[in-house]
Structure formats: C-alpha cells, structure tokens
Design a protein around this ligand. Structure first.
Ligand code: PLP
Length: 359
C-alpha cells in the first residue's frame, strides 16, 4: 500500500499534540457541507445495527443503486470504497498492461503494481492546463489493455466531456476504460457528464459515495460495467466488506432521492462560489498559477523559488493541511492541491499563503 495520501490528520495531530479534528484538513477532497444532517440523524438512531452482521453481499443496497441508475443489477458491484475496486480490478480483469492518464491519483499505479500488472503513464501537458488531448491519448494507448482515466481528474480538476471519452472508448473496443467519477457529483449537471447511464461496453465506471456525501469513514463505492466484467470483479468481493452503517447510509440516501439531489445541488453551488472566491484570492499572490478546476479542489503551481514541502510545513504549524503534490508522478515539488472547505477556512488559507509566499 502506498503512503502519502492526503487527509493524514492523525500524523499531524500527533506532531502538534492536538485533536485530529481540530485540523483544517484541506488535503482531503471531501465535501465541507457533508454529511447531510438528515443522514447523521438516521445513522445515529440506528447505531445498534452494528450488533448484527451486515448483509454479506450488500445485495439490497446494490439492487437499489442499480434501480436508481436504471441498470440491471448484474452491472453493479458495491465495494469497500472504490479503493477496493482499484486494488481488485487488475487481477480480476487479468490485465497485462495499463495506461494511466496522468498526473493522477496514485492508487491506480499502486493497484497495478500490487498485482504485477505493467503500467505506464500518458501525461497531459501543463501548457494545455492538464486537459486531456484525445488524439495524444489515442497515440499513447498503443498495446494497453486498460486505461485509467479519472474524470474530473485528481489533482488537476480537469473535466473531459463524456462524448470525448465515449469516442476514445469506441476506437479501442478491446481495451477496458476505467473511468473514475469520484469527483463528478461536484460538477453541475453531473449526470450529463457521467458514463454510468450511457456507457460504452468497454467502460467500467467507479462511483464513490465518500466525497460528495462526506462519508469516507464508512468506506463505500460502486463499480458499474458490463455484466461479464462485473461478474469477474465480484469473484474477488469479500463477505461483509460493506459494513452495516455504510449499507444503512446508502439505503437512506437512495430511498430519499429528493433530499440527496437537493444536497448535491446545494453542494455544487457552494463549491462553485467558494472555488471562484479562492481562485480570485490566490491569483493576487505574485508568481502563483492556479489551474482551472471543475470540482472541489484546486491545483496550484507555486512561485518559482518556493517548494511545496516548505509551504506545507508552514501551514501545518498553523494546523492547516494542504496536499503536497511532490509525490504525484508527472508533477513536481512546485505543486500543491487545495481542497475547498468552509468560507472562513478558505479565506484563512489564502491569507496565510499570501503572506508566506510574498514575504
Ligand atoms: C480519484 C480517487 N478515486 C478514488 C478514491 C478512493 O475513494 P473511496 O475509496 O473512498 O471511494 C480517491 C480518494 O481520495 C480518489 O481521489
């Protein structure tokens, strides 16, 4: 397992001798508005469900999710977060060689390495704002039997249109495209950008509940794909891997579709407003470059003479955690990623960065 994910509030709390939950965690990409209060009440009233085993295969929750997406149940698999899929997929699909559209989330490469699957990167270019150029991508695919494509991408925030993704998928019918939509629900009209409902046969979509509903501690996500691919992935599923509270939470969110939709919509408006405000503030700092993002975090290139580790250290001392992007393949020690939080925290972070970087 790789180390160096964002969100390590526990290590910083140990370092500073404080409570992990007193840290402003701008390194983890979860929705600052979540979880929905109604969900918290619902779970609190059902804590006693941990006294019994959960349904072993989370079948009810899976069928509910499939119905919600107008899909047959055999095209959907629930996992212990999308992480479970990311680590099971290479072996379940018997992959040989994967292309990872990068710079991106490190666990795709880690999942391949753990399963002895060769992987290489097809990097987008900084001069294109890290946007995917579909023709370059076509050239990079070559002999790959799988392509990992995060949309919108972590950490660049770049969104590729669904039609573009579908067109590339169609051109490589024998390649499996693993489309990670973990951050898509933060994008307005996200359904129009999603491949879940209008999915090429060779696309396998990952859908996380962790980010938009801010329930990363419950560990629940879905894979959606052709029934034969899902059946192969299902062979690797472990019994009870979706715990009782996670199943209860998803069942609640799906049964209360209107409430969930309103929450998602409100979150999209909040994220859009906060992102614009933070971009404006950051852009007043000389030498800084903020990459356009469609989702809930921003990739930032620091002024030339600054390094991410020193900047992060400075913020850490004030209990503010942002993501040092040095360990992303395809980035460098000049990049940080900032996740949007509450307006006060966002403002405070921009001010601290401004005074540190301009000193
Ligand atoms: C792009 C991406 N995909 C998947 C995950 C894993 O999410 P989860 O396992 O909580 O669904 C993360 C977590 O940070 C992520 O950034």
């Amino acid at each position: 397992m790789i180390t160096g994910h964002g969100g390590d509030i526990y290590a910083l709390a140990r370092e500073l001798g404080c409570d992990p939950f007193d840290i402003a965690d701008m390194s983890s990409n979860v929705n600052p508005l979540g979880p929905p209060p109604e969900l918290m009440q619902h779970l609190t009233a059902r804590l006693n469900r941990i006294k019994a085993l959960p349904e072993a295969d989370a079948g009810r929750m899976q069928r509910q999710f499939a119905a919600h997406c107008d899909l047959p149940a055999d095209q959907v698999l629930a996992g212990n977060g999308t992480t479970q899929m990311i680590y099971d997929l290479p072996r379940a699909l018997d992959l040989r060689e994967a292309l990872i559209v990068g710079p991106t989330y490190a666990d795709y490469a880690d999942g391949c390495r753990q399963n002895s699957v060769a992987c290489r990167f097809g990097f987008t270019r900084e001069r294109d704002g890290f946007g995917v150029d579909p023709d370059r991508l076509r050239d990079q695919i070559q002999t790959a039997d799988a392509v990992y494509w995060c949309n919108p991408n972590n950490p660049t925030g770049q969104l590729t249109g669904a039609d573009t993704i579908r067109a590339v998928c169609r051109d490589y019918p024998h390649t499996t495209f693993i489309i990670d939509e973990s951050y898509l629900p933060f994008v307005p009209q996200h359904e129009d950008h999603s491949l879940i409902r209008e999915r090429p046969k060779n696309a396998l979509v990952l859908h996380s509940m962790s980010k938009i509903f801010r329930i990363p501690g419950l560990r629940v996500g879905f894979a959606i794909g052709a029934s034969e691919r899902i059946a192969r992935l299902r062979q690797f599923a472990r019994p009870w891997s979706i715990n009782s509270l996670a199943q209860t939470a998803v069942t609640f969110l799906l049964a209360n579709a209107r409430l969930s939709q309103d929450f998602v919509h409100e979150s999209q408006i909040f994220v859009g407003t906060e992102r614009d405000a933070l971009v404006k503030r950051l852009e007043t700092i000389p030498g800084i470059q903020v990459f356009p993002s469609q989702t809930s975090f921003l990739l930032v290139r620091l002024p030339a003479h600054h390094r991410a580790d020193a900047v992060c250290r400075h913020l850490r001392a004030a209990r503010v955690l942002v993501r040092d992007c040095t360990n992303f393949d395809g980035l460098s020690a000049q990049f940080i990623r900032i996740s949007l939080k509450t307006p006060d925290v966002n403002r405070q972070c921009a001010e601290m960065l401004g005074s540190y970087l301009s000193a």
